[in-house]
Design a protein around this ligand. Structure first.
Ligand SMILES: [Zn+2]
Length: 159
Protein backbone atom coordinates (compact mmCIF):
# COMPACT_ATOMS: atom_id res chain seq x y z
CA UNK A 1 0.00 0.00 0.00
CA UNK A 2 0.95 3.61 -0.40
CA UNK A 3 -0.19 5.87 2.41
CA UNK A 4 -0.14 8.66 -0.15
CA UNK A 5 1.80 9.73 -3.22
CA UNK A 6 4.31 12.26 -1.93
CA UNK A 7 7.73 11.27 -3.25
CA UNK A 8 9.07 10.07 0.08
CA UNK A 9 6.23 7.57 0.40
CA UNK A 10 6.06 6.17 -3.13
CA UNK A 11 9.37 6.98 -4.80
CA UNK A 12 10.50 3.36 -4.55
CA UNK A 13 7.38 1.80 -6.07
CA UNK A 14 9.12 1.08 -9.35
CA UNK A 15 11.46 -1.33 -7.59
CA UNK A 16 8.53 -3.62 -6.75
CA UNK A 17 7.19 -4.44 -10.21
CA UNK A 18 5.16 -7.47 -9.11
CA UNK A 19 3.45 -5.74 -6.18
CA UNK A 20 -0.14 -4.57 -6.12
CA UNK A 21 -0.35 -1.08 -4.66
CA UNK A 22 -3.46 -0.29 -2.69
CA UNK A 23 -4.21 3.42 -2.89
CA UNK A 24 -7.31 5.36 -1.90
CA UNK A 25 -9.30 6.42 -4.95
CA UNK A 26 -9.22 10.20 -4.26
CA UNK A 27 -5.44 9.99 -3.83
CA UNK A 28 -4.73 8.33 -7.16
CA UNK A 29 -7.34 10.32 -9.06
CA UNK A 30 -5.95 13.60 -7.76
CA UNK A 31 -2.36 12.54 -8.43
CA UNK A 32 -3.15 11.57 -12.01
CA UNK A 33 -4.77 14.93 -12.75
CA UNK A 34 -2.21 17.57 -11.79
CA UNK A 35 -3.96 20.73 -10.72
CA UNK A 36 -7.31 18.96 -10.41
CA UNK A 37 -7.12 19.28 -6.64
CA UNK A 38 -5.65 22.65 -5.62
CA UNK A 39 -2.54 22.28 -3.53
CA UNK A 40 -1.83 18.70 -4.49
CA UNK A 41 0.30 17.81 -7.50
CA UNK A 42 2.70 14.96 -6.80
CA UNK A 43 5.21 14.22 -9.50
CA UNK A 44 4.25 11.37 -11.89
CA UNK A 45 7.91 10.34 -12.08
CA UNK A 46 7.58 9.02 -8.53
CA UNK A 47 4.56 6.74 -9.03
CA UNK A 48 3.46 6.55 -12.67
CA UNK A 49 5.23 3.40 -13.81
CA UNK A 50 3.96 0.14 -15.30
CA UNK A 51 2.64 -1.03 -11.94
CA UNK A 52 -0.61 -2.44 -10.68
CA UNK A 53 -2.49 0.14 -8.68
CA UNK A 54 -5.77 -0.88 -7.09
CA UNK A 55 -8.00 1.96 -6.04
CA UNK A 56 -9.92 1.42 -2.82
CA UNK A 57 -12.73 3.44 -1.32
CA UNK A 58 -12.50 4.06 2.41
CA UNK A 59 -11.73 1.38 4.99
CA UNK A 60 -10.30 -1.78 3.45
CA UNK A 61 -9.59 -5.12 5.12
CA UNK A 62 -6.55 -6.29 3.13
CA UNK A 63 -6.77 -10.03 3.84
CA UNK A 64 -10.39 -10.26 4.96
CA UNK A 65 -9.51 -11.36 8.50
CA UNK A 66 -9.20 -7.99 10.23
CA UNK A 67 -5.46 -8.38 10.77
CA UNK A 68 -4.40 -5.64 8.36
CA UNK A 69 -6.84 -2.84 7.70
CA UNK A 70 -6.36 0.37 5.76
CA UNK A 71 -8.26 3.34 7.13
CA UNK A 72 -8.83 6.62 5.34
CA UNK A 73 -7.00 9.48 7.07
CA UNK A 74 -7.52 12.17 4.49
CA UNK A 75 -6.29 15.71 4.96
CA UNK A 76 -2.51 15.63 4.57
CA UNK A 77 -3.39 14.75 0.97
CA UNK A 78 -6.80 14.17 -0.67
CA UNK A 79 -6.66 10.41 -0.13
CA UNK A 80 -4.13 9.70 2.59
CA UNK A 81 -4.57 6.39 4.42
CA UNK A 82 -3.08 4.76 7.49
CA UNK A 83 -2.45 1.10 8.31
CA UNK A 84 -3.89 -0.72 11.32
CA UNK A 85 -2.41 -4.10 12.29
CA UNK A 86 -4.07 -6.41 14.81
CA UNK A 87 -2.59 -9.71 15.89
CA UNK A 88 -5.62 -10.81 17.85
CA UNK A 89 -3.89 -10.69 21.23
CA UNK A 90 -2.26 -7.42 22.15
CA UNK A 91 -3.12 -3.86 21.31
CA UNK A 92 -3.07 -2.88 17.71
CA UNK A 93 -0.33 -1.13 15.82
CA UNK A 94 -1.06 1.88 13.66
CA UNK A 95 1.25 3.20 10.97
CA UNK A 96 -0.11 6.71 10.76
CA UNK A 97 2.30 7.82 8.04
CA UNK A 98 1.88 11.55 7.37
CA UNK A 99 -1.56 11.79 8.97
CA UNK A 100 0.56 12.31 12.09
CA UNK A 101 4.11 13.54 11.52
CA UNK A 102 5.20 13.40 15.14
CA UNK A 103 3.82 12.52 18.55
CA UNK A 104 3.79 16.22 19.36
CA UNK A 105 1.36 16.84 16.50
CA UNK A 106 -1.05 14.41 18.13
CA UNK A 107 -0.48 15.44 21.73
CA UNK A 108 -0.80 19.18 21.10
CA UNK A 109 -3.26 18.94 18.19
CA UNK A 110 -0.87 20.88 15.97
CA UNK A 111 -0.91 20.42 12.21
CA UNK A 112 2.20 20.53 10.02
CA UNK A 113 2.70 23.12 7.27
CA UNK A 114 2.52 20.54 4.49
CA UNK A 115 -1.09 19.56 4.09
CA UNK A 116 -4.02 19.64 1.70
CA UNK A 117 -7.01 20.39 3.95
CA UNK A 118 -6.51 21.43 7.60
CA UNK A 119 -10.00 20.65 8.90
CA UNK A 120 -10.06 17.24 7.25
CA UNK A 121 -6.57 16.49 8.56
CA UNK A 122 -7.59 17.54 12.07
CA UNK A 123 -10.52 15.08 11.91
CA UNK A 124 -8.17 12.30 10.80
CA UNK A 125 -5.75 13.15 13.58
CA UNK A 126 -8.64 12.89 16.06
CA UNK A 127 -9.53 9.44 14.69
CA UNK A 128 -5.95 8.29 15.18
CA UNK A 129 -5.82 9.82 18.66
CA UNK A 130 -8.87 7.76 19.65
CA UNK A 131 -7.15 4.60 18.48
CA UNK A 132 -4.15 5.48 20.62
CA UNK A 133 -5.89 6.83 23.72
CA UNK A 134 -9.04 4.69 23.86
CA UNK A 135 -8.02 1.48 22.13
CA UNK A 136 -4.43 1.46 23.37
CA UNK A 137 -2.88 1.32 19.93
CA UNK A 138 0.83 1.85 19.43
CA UNK A 139 1.14 4.76 17.02
CA UNK A 140 3.99 5.01 14.53
CA UNK A 141 4.27 8.56 13.26
CA UNK A 142 5.47 9.41 9.77
CA UNK A 143 8.39 11.70 10.53
CA UNK A 144 9.24 11.55 14.22
CA UNK A 145 13.01 11.37 14.81
CA UNK A 146 12.54 11.00 18.58
CA UNK A 147 10.32 7.95 18.07
CA UNK A 148 12.65 6.51 15.45
CA UNK A 149 15.59 6.79 17.85
CA UNK A 150 13.92 4.43 20.33
CA UNK A 151 12.13 2.10 17.90
CA UNK A 152 13.65 -1.40 17.89
CA UNK A 153 15.31 -2.43 14.64
CA UNK A 154 14.58 -5.66 12.78
CA UNK A 155 14.64 -8.47 13.58
CA UNK A 156 13.58 -7.29 17.05
CA UNK A 157 9.81 -6.97 17.53
CA UNK A 158 8.49 -3.41 17.65
CA UNK A 159 5.82 -4.05 20.26
ZN1 LIG B 1 3.42 13.46 2.81
Amino acid sequence: MNSHLHFDHCGGNEFFPRATFLVQRPELEAARRPGFVPGYSPSPMDFEHALEYRMIDGEHDVFGDGAVVLIPTYGHTPGHQSLVVRDGRGPQLVCAADACYTRENMDRDVLPDVLWNPSVMRDSLATLRKLRDRAGATMFCGHDPAQWAVTPRAPAPVA
